[in-house]
Ligand binder design. Structure first.
Ligand code: UDP
Ligand code: UDP
Length: 476
């Protein structure tokens, strides 16, 4: 806890963070909450009840027990009268429908806050529900954008793009934005080309709320994505966009010991030589088919490097996160990944089919590289740790984030690699060779280390992100 948070708080701003479902969306809110707490603010965290997964519920309760000074409110979501829409397979969208049904509960929650709120920070997806209420209550609204700056013009201009299918369709090679380099069509999330898709509709509606927000808080630092930031903030290539405030990387928070995931990987990792281990993790959900996982396993063994592989096999991270019968689980993992990987388990490598503490893993001096799907949290965590990334993106914003990884020098991007489905299998031999090359690249490691140093400078007192937060708080 900061001294300021313990002391007299009478003049402090009171900021509410409205967290979004999905671990990758919740994390940046929790991080920002602790940063604001350390900067003299009263903080209220609003979460959704029920959470999408028990893993999120566990993360929230662990967080609140570590930071009891944070005030917690729950938005109790009303059930969807018609039941879940069978056409909607992603549970987040069903939950989104419940948020829309429960919008009337948000207003009393915000208006009765004591002391009155100085600002509300929400993610883009929920912004369309919250923005009108905040305008009415005269509370400034800030959006916390949880992806790279590179993805922002695409989302901000989505309604315009959708209205011109001759220039925005999957058979174009590039999509052009005035004042920015063209975006390769392959990097654009494919649902965005279907105007009727629930994801596209949600985003297109939400993007209209950008212009009503005071500013957009970005989980990055000024120097990391300088050219896109300059185009948007200085050259104003999208006229009605509010200023982007890079306040990141949002740094990991202190976790209570008894609630962090258990795992023998920690002892193993600590005993490995410096920079010797490649860490492999594709986020909180399962992006990879079984056959591709087996090829990856062969590749890791064949690379000759030590490895820590935290894999997921379920679309819901609950099944990965919760404790299971360890023996049954071991057998499943062995069968899934094959004997060669299993043989190395606990020796030259470690496979984890449960949740690992990624912040802690990346902070370990043994980790020399990170094979990542490039979810934006993972990218910011790699930049914070100064660990180079071998980008193997899958869907959503990940390809654009991978482009940022490559352009910034934080890593290399395997543009032609798919996840074993639409683009075919990447074979183990190729993966092994690439991982070997990546892990031997000392220049890349040095560049990543420097990015880590810059990231630390940015968030330390006097650094660009630190100063941006100071200005933001002064403006409240
Ligand atoms: N994460 C973790 N342990 C795991 C898998 C993921 O701590 O075993 C964390 C990771 O550090 C990151 C978040 O979960 O903060 C995943 O977010 P990201 O944007 O990288 O990917 P997503 O899961 O949203 O695709
Ligand atoms: N999304 C969401 N909840 C909503 C509406 C939209 O999570 O209520 C978005 C989500 O942020 C993501 C997209 O749906 O951009 C699905 O893509 P992906 O599977 O890549 O999710 P992510 O890894 O970013 O959470």
């Amino acid at each position: 806890m900061s001294n300021c948070a313990r002391g007299d708080m009478s003049g402090s701003p009171h900021i509410a963070l409205f967290a979004q479902a999905g671990m990758g969306h919740l994390m940046p809110h929790l991080r920002l909450a602790t940063i604001l707490l350390g900067r003299h603010c009263r903080v209220t965290l609003i979460t959704l009840s029920p959470t999408l997964t028990t893993a999120e519920a566990a993360a929230i309760s662990s967080f609140l027990s570590t930071y009891p000074e944070i005030n917690h409110l729950e938005l109790h979501l009303l059930p969807d009268d018609n039941g879940p829409d069978p056409a909607i397979t992603d549970p987040r969208f069903s939950q989104f429908a419940r948020i829309i049904r429960s919008t009337h509960l948000i207003r009393p929650m915000l208006s009765s806050a004591s002391p009155p709120l100085s600002a509300v920070i929400s993610e883009l997806y929920t912004a369309s529900q919250i923005a009108p209420i905040l305008i009415d209550l005269h509370i400034p609204h800030y959006i916390l954008y949880t992806s790279s700056i590179k993805t922002l013009p695409l989302i901000a201009l989505l309604p315009k793009l959708l209205s011109d299918p001759s220039r925005f369709n999957p058979s174009c090679s590039d999509v052009n934005f005035p004042g920015l380099p063209p975006l390769p069509v392959k990097s654009i999330p494919s649902p965005l080309f279907s105007p009727g898709h629930v994801f596209t509709q949600t985003l297109a509606t939400a993007s209209l709320t950008f212009q009503r927000a005071k500013a957009i808080l970005m989980n990055t630092f000024e120097e990391f994505e300088k050219s896109t930031l300059t185009a948007l903030n200085h050259d104003r290539i999208i006229e009605d966009l509010p200023p982007l405030l890079p306040i990141g990387p949002l740094t990991p928070y202190r976790k209570s010991r008894e609630l962090t995931p258990k795992g023998d990987y920690k002892t193993w990792l600590e005993s490995q030589p410096v920079d010797s281990v490649v860490y492999v993790c594709f986020g909180s959900k399962a992006p990879m088919g079984v056959a591709q996982m087996q090829e990856l396993g062969k590749g890791l063994v064949g690379s000759g490097f030590r490895f820590l592989w935290a894999f997921k096999t379920k679309i819901s991270l609950d099944d990965e996160y919760n404790d299971e019968d360890e023996e049954t689980k071991s057998e499943d993992v062995r069968e899934l990944l094959g004997d060669s990987v299993w043989h190395e388990n606990g020796r030259r490598g470690m496979v984890m089919s449960s949740w690992v503490d990624q912040d802690e893993v990346l902070a370990s001096s043994s980790i020399g590289g990170f094979v990542s799907h490039c979810g934006w949290n993972s990218v910011t965590e790699a930049m914070w740790a100064g660990v180079p990334v071998l980008a193997w993106p899958h869907s959503g914003d990940q390809r654009l984030n991978a482009q940022v990884v490559e352009e910034s020098g934080l890593g290399v991007w395997m543009k032609e690699w798919g996840m074993g489905s639409e683009n075919g299998l990447v074979n183990g031999e190729e993966i092994g060779e690439m991982i070997g090359e990546f892990m031997r690249d000392e220049n890349l490691r040095e560049t990543a280390r420097k990015i880590g140093e810059e990231a630390r400078k940015a968030v330390d007192a006097g650094g660009s992100s630190h100063e941006t937060i100071t200005k933001f708080l002064k403006s409240l």
